[in-house]
Each structure stands twice: as C-alpha cells, then as structure tokens.
Design a protein around this ligand. Sequence first.
Ligand code: APR
Length: 238
Amino acid sequence: MSDEVWGWVRAAKRIAVLTGAGMSAESGVPTFRDAQTGLWAKFDPSQLATEEAFRAKPSMVWDWYAFRREMIAKVEPNAGHKALADFALRYPGRLTLITQNVDGLHQRAGSRHVLALHGNIADDKWLDPPKACCNAAAAVAGSPPYCERCGNLLRPDVVWFGEPLPLRALAAAEEAARACDLMLVVGTSGVVYPAAGLARTSAGKVVIVNPHPSDLDDAADAVLRGTAAQLLPQLLED
Ligand code: APR
C-alpha cells in the first residue's frame, strides 16, 4: 500500500467511491468483461441486456436473470464491501458510495444510501407503464410474471443497454464526483458511460483499485494493482 495514497484517504473530507463488477468478484460473482470468466465472454449482451431482447424472448431473458438472482443470493459480501460500510459508519457523511453493481452486496454489507446507478437485480418493475390493474404483488406467476388483466410483463429493475440511468441517483453521483477530494474507482473496466465518466469529472484525486489495466487509468493520480478485498481494508483502516 502506498503511504502517499493512504495519506490522501486520511486527509480527504469527502470521498466518492465508484464500484464495478470487480468489487464483487471475490464474493464469487462473475464480472462482465474479464477474458475467461466474464459473463459477456459467454453470453451476448444484446440478446440478454436490452429491452428489445426482453420483448423478443421474455422467458429466456427472465430465466437468465432468475439464474443470476439465485447465484447472487448464495454469495456473501467480501472484506472490501465490509471495509466501505465500516468506514461510512465510523465517519458519517464522509463517503458517498456509487455502484454500477446490481447485486445488492454493498447494501448487505451494511452500506446505506448506496447510489445504485444500474438498478437492483432483486427488484422487478413493469415493462410497460403500469395501469390501475397492474399490481406486482398479484402478478400471475410465470416466466416472467404478468398482470392477469392487461398482460403487462414484470421485468428485472436493472438498467439495460440503451436505457437511461435513474435520474436522482445519477444527479447525486455527479454532485459527489464534483465535490469530492478523493475518488476511489474500484473494479470497473471504465468502458460503460455515463458511470465511467464520473471518474473524469472528479474534482479530487482519483485512485484506481484494479488488478488489471482499465480504460480509466489515464484519469488516475494513482493506480493500485490489487484486488478490492485485499486493498480496501488496508486503504480504509484507521
Ligand atoms: N478486485 C478489483 N477489480 C477486479 C477484481 C477484483 N478482485 N477482479 C476483476 N477486477 C476488474 C477487472 O480487471 C475489470 O477491470 O473488474 C473490472 C470488471 O469490469 P467489467 O466486467 O467491465 O464490469 P463493469 O466495469 O462493472 O461493467 C460496467 O457493464 O454490462 C454492463 O451493466 C453492466 O454494470 C455493468 C457495466
């Protein structure tokens, strides 16, 4: 661990943290773009993570998300998730946690007010704007569940390619990036915008935690080549 970076953490009054799939890799959740193990090495995102794909093959897409939900329900937050949650508890108001992850592991580790830019895989929402008859609790079980009256389908409440990010979470993340003295960018390839762009608007120093090169390395003041579960506990300890 670099003493200089450790000093930046100690001195920072406002820390923004942007996490990606690598944050949860040591919990056993596959990333998207790692060459052998990433989900997008085995599956085509355009067939699974777009509204067009869901409308064309709702059962296939629903089942793929159901499989990921089951897998995520079986894993646990790792030491990196816990280090972030513990730091925020020790220093209320000092850390804003922004994540691209939909796995809910930050929240399960005890982090509150997580800005989940890409939604939450555990939640559902209606595919088409809900009518008065659309009641998720009364949806007919199926793959996917649907409204008995109008046939509207439930879908996972995640942001698919081509969809806008949740406005309030994005605005809060942009403000946190603009106002921070330090941004930690953990476990993201930095290729998906607008989330990746937050690192480029950071008012403060940018520190990357990633065992491999990422598209954001050129925006960094320091790059720490290690994993989230190894480095975050060291970086955030007192
Ligand atoms: N610790 C830290 N970083 C890691 C670890 C680890 N243990 N293991 C892998 N990484 C890094 C990889 O080197 C890579 O840079 O995590 C990154 C994962 O990159 P992606 O798979 O592209 O994930 P992410 O950046 O979160 O993807 C962004 O793309 O498909 C969409 O919506 C999906 O939110 C996702 C978005």
